[in-house]
Ligand binder design. Sequence first.
Ligand SMILES: CC(C)(COP(=O)(O)OP(=O)(O)OC[C@H]1O[C@@H](n2cnc3c(N)ncnc32)[C@H](O)[C@@H]1OP(=O)(O)O)[C@@H](O)C(=O)NCCC(=O)NCCS
Length: 235
Amino acid sequence: MICRAPDPLEGHPAPPSAGAPASGAPLLATRLRPLTAADLGPLARAQRRHFPGNVIGRFGDPLHTTYLRSFLGTPTATAVVAESVDGPVGYALGVLGTVEHRARVRRRYGVALLVAAVLAVVRHPRLGTGMLRRRWALRSAARASSGPAAPVDTRRLAVLSHVAVEAPARGTGTAARLVDDFLDRARRARCDAAVLAVRRDNTRALAFYEKHGWRRVAERSTFDGRDLCLYEREL
Ligand SMILES: CC(C)(COP(=O)(O)OP(=O)(O)OC[C@H]1O[C@@H](n2cnc3c(N)ncnc32)[C@H](O)[C@@H]1OP(=O)(O)O)[C@@H](O)C(=O)NCCC(=O)NCCS
């Protein structure tokens, strides 16, 4: 049993042994299933715990759950929960073809996302103006240092957007199963390569991806102040 909280995706304290390989029992009991609408609230709260710096989470539930909903019920994205006998212990969200997914999200959720974003900025004005200021500064810096234009990437890309496993289920192979499942779906969607971004200070995640064959290809800073390492894998 790895998860005893009433709302398991919402989290629970790490046991003293968190991080050490666990016994085989939880791994055997863990299965993967599709994310459903009922998971969205607990997932949003779990994401805010795992990724406290992510700007979408800091804007609050309505915007965050609208964004997460855009991963549901579409061939252009994948959203999977790892579940033990006691409930969810991890999840993976990804995009299977960035161009199609962006077009679909704009078509199906564009208005809902815009309304939720405007309301979020009204509710969190300092966060909103700070974010716009940083975005503007990054754009200006990029324009000022305009070297030769970067070549356009014409590959069909899959993006592993978020993966997280609750502390008691780490070191059990659950994260590897979630990532392998994402890679299988990306291959079936005929993507050429998979990409992901990890914060430069997230040493455990960096070690995890490098151990599983991801190649670091670049680093960059984001408009919301994060330093990221970009990773890639051919499919
Ligand atoms: C990143 C994550 C999904 C990896 O899953 P995991 O079950 O912890 O993965 P592993 O047990 O295979 O550990 C990964 C590697 O991290 C390293 N590691 C283990 N414990 C560590 C610790 N306490 N500190 C730093 N590195 C550690 C080891 O190199 C380990 O590889 P090893 O087994 O060969 O020693 C999981 O830690 C997690 O959910 N973290 C929070 C959310 C997150 O950061 N997601 C990734 C960003 S998209």
